[in-house]
Design a protein around this ligand. Structure first.
Ligand code: FE
Ligand code: FE
Ligand code: ZN
Length: 279
């Protein structure tokens, strides 16, 4: 069965997200662990988390891909900003244990002038400080488009972060189709080539989730502007090849397309209709 969902608003709690997921035909979803712009997290209500977990079991909601606030910068040249990112992510991992056994995705950040090598070391160091043997969450490094001084724009940079992480069983990678396209990987016309390269450099066993997005820009534009499925430069046919690829079909696919819950419901329905793997 296709594992597919989208970003949902966390403002009304876990149970509300679970109900929305069911309503729009999703069997996984993403949510921001706190206001995406950062700041204080809302108190988690135990009863809400428990009610969600029982709904999730009944409805087969799994492989959630939570997202850290995108304003965090784990590899800033400013030590205070790095410290803030670290403390926020550490707190998020504690909160993730209310929904155990899922994924927590983050952006490796922008090196802000200190160079990619320094940025890579900072991200790895941060992960080494926050990952614990007890956590049930796997932390995912997202592939980035390379806008500004972003790191994670090449598979090699992600490999270098992973190489330096000590608790390798607690980390993985989330591949964003819009981001890698914008970074210059031809996910439209050479999916096999891109996956071969991913496998050679990072290893496909590290790939845990896909952000399924179309892109408003041409390959290599380094812009990071998501488009609705089939309305961008990657296109419907190529994205259908992604969900049906023998090396990807069992992963959770998260839509981060510029539309609302009802728009996502339509995209989910369309993609389900193109999915040919039976389970
Ligand atoms: Fe992201
Ligand atoms: Fe993404
Ligand atoms: Zn993006």
């Amino acid at each position: 069965m296709l594992k597919i969902g989208c970003h949902l608003s966390a403002s009304d709690g876990y149970l509300a997200m679970g109900k929305t997921a069911v309503r729009i035909g999703a069997n996984t979803f993403a949510f921001f662990t706190r206001n995406p712009r950062g700041g204080a997290a809302k108190q988690i209500k135990e009863a809400d988390a428990a009610a969600f977990l029982s709904l999730a079991k009944e409805e087969g909601l799994s492989m959630l891909v939570a997202h850290s606030p995108y304003t965090l910068n784990p590899c800033s040249s400013d030590a205070h900003l790095r410290e803030f990112a670290k403390n926020t992510m550490r707190d998020d991992l504690v909160r993730m244990e209310y929904t155990p056994g899922n994924y927590y995705n983050f952006h490796p950040g922008c090196h802000t002038g200190q160079g990619a090598e320094a940025g890579i070391s900072e991200v790895a160091e941060l992960l080494n400080e926050i990952l614990t043997p007890e956590q049930s969450t796997v932390v995912l490094i997202e592939t980035m488009s390379g806008k500004g001084s972003e790191i994670g724009k090449t598979f090699q940079e992600i490999r270098e972060i992973l190489d330096r992480v000590e608790r390798k069983e607690k980390v993985g990678v989330c591949l964003d189709t819009c981001h890698i396209w914008d970074a210059g990987y031809d996910v439209r016309d050479d999916l096999n080539g891109v996956l071969d390269e991913f496998d050679a450099v990072i290893g496909l066993s590290n790939l845990r989730a896909i952000h399924l997005n179309d892109s408003m820009n041409e390959k290599g534009a380094k812009k990071d502007r998501h488009a609705k499925i089939g309305e961008g430069k990657i296109g419907m046919e190529a994205l259908v090849r992604v969900i049906n690829h023998e090396k990807l079909h069992a992963l959770p696919f998260i839509l981060e397309t510029p539309t609302d819950d009802d728009g996502h419901k339509i995209e989910i329905e369309k993609l389900k209709n193109t999915y040919t793997w039976k389970s």
